[in-house]
Design a binder for this molecule. Structure first.
Ligand code: NAD
Ligand code: 0WE
Length: 263
């Protein structure tokens, strides 16, 4: 009997084979879960369909999470297809490109609103829509990043949105806990996905963390997916409202390695 046998998962935020959402989907499927996917924009269908098919996932629906109507529609379809679900994965983040460069202090009102709406509020709206499909409890998780806690150059308004996402995780965990629905976030180290591809200096950031992280390497979407299996399973039944780090230990450091002069 596989760990997630009989469980049904809905995964939001797949774009291509590099997506963390795909690393999670593959692993949930490998451990026996039935998986459905949702993607954000029509152009992604072409890339997402063959991936979904390769693991026998027939539920693949577009949903722009900035639209209440689209969220309602995708959950109506999920109810039709799955009846109940056990696992909800939120793997969505977006800010205006201009807000991921330069100074945070220059963030526009509209840029701030968009980042908060798509990257943080959407977890609240998906959790609210998913809860009625989880009558026997469930596990909800989202993806976050260390830039929510400490200043990471150019992460800017996304750091603020991730702080809101992490705080929302705690409030949702408190609200939904009595229904045995757990809500957690995975804080992943930097991974070269579509969302990271366009970021100036991302390669240098990967080298920076690879050289300093306690494990002296970066993490990949498959490792995030394996932690998602644990959060999805009854092995983590006592864990809710938490941020779980999958970052090769980078977050524990208070200072980089001592310079040679100290040794
Ligand atoms: P990705 O580009 O593969 O995934 C991001 C997804 O968000 C895309 O599928 C995109 O279509 C979707 N999205 C954007 N706006 C949307 C909208 N309005 N409606 C629906 N979907 C929308 O990149 P990824 O790195 O896999 O990102 C997934 C999550 O992981 C994000 O929350 C990101 O912040 C987080 N994360 C990424 C890293 C990293 O270094 N790659 C590290 C830590 C956390
Ligand atoms: O959450 C993210 C990135 C999310 C993201 C990426 C983009 C690129 C394309 C949100 N919005 C957009 N908008 C676009 O137009 N990460 C954790 C990856 C990431 O992004 C950074 C990082 C890291 C790490 C940006 C600056 C500094 C570090």
């Amino acid at each position: 009997m596989k760990l997630l046998e009989g469980k049904k998962a809905l995964i939001f935020g797949i774009a291509n084979k590099r997506s963390i959402a795909w690393g999670i989907g593959e692993n949930l499927h490998a451990h026996g879960a039935e998986v459905g996917f949702s993607y954000g924009i029509p152009q992604l269908e072409r890339r997402v369909m063959p991936l979904a098919e390769s693991i026998g996932a027939d539920f693949v629906e577009k949903c722009d999470v900035s639209s209440d109507e689209e969220v309602a529609e995708v959950f109506a379809k999920a109810k039709e297809r799955f009846g109940e679900i056990d696992i909800l994965v939120h793997s969505i983040g977006y800010a205006l490109r201009e807000d991921l460069a330069g100074r945070f202090v220059d963030t526009s009102r509209e840029g701030f609103r968009i980042a908060m709406d798509i990257s943080a509020y959407s977890l609240v709206s998906l959790a609210k829509a998913a809860a009625p499909l989880m009558p026997n409890g469930g596990s909800i998780m989202s993806m976050t990043y260390y830039g929510s806690e400490k200043v990471v150059p150019h992460y800017n308004v996304m750091g603020v949105a991730k702080a809101a996402l992490e705080a929302s995780t705690r409030y949702l965990a408190a609200d939904l806990g009595p229904q045995n629905i757990r809500v957690n976030a995975i804080s992943a180290g930097p991974i070269k996905t579509l969302a990271a591809a366009g970021i100036a200096g991302f390669r240098k950031m990967l080298h920076y963390s690879e050289e300093r992280a306690p494990l002296r390497r970066n993490v990949d979407a498959d490792e995030v997916g394996r932690t998602a299996v644990w959060l999805s399973s009854d092995l983590s039944s006592g864990v809710t409202g938490e941020v779980i780090y999958v970052d090769a230990g980078f977050n524990i450091l208070g200072m980089p390695e001592p310079p040679e002069a100290w040794e």
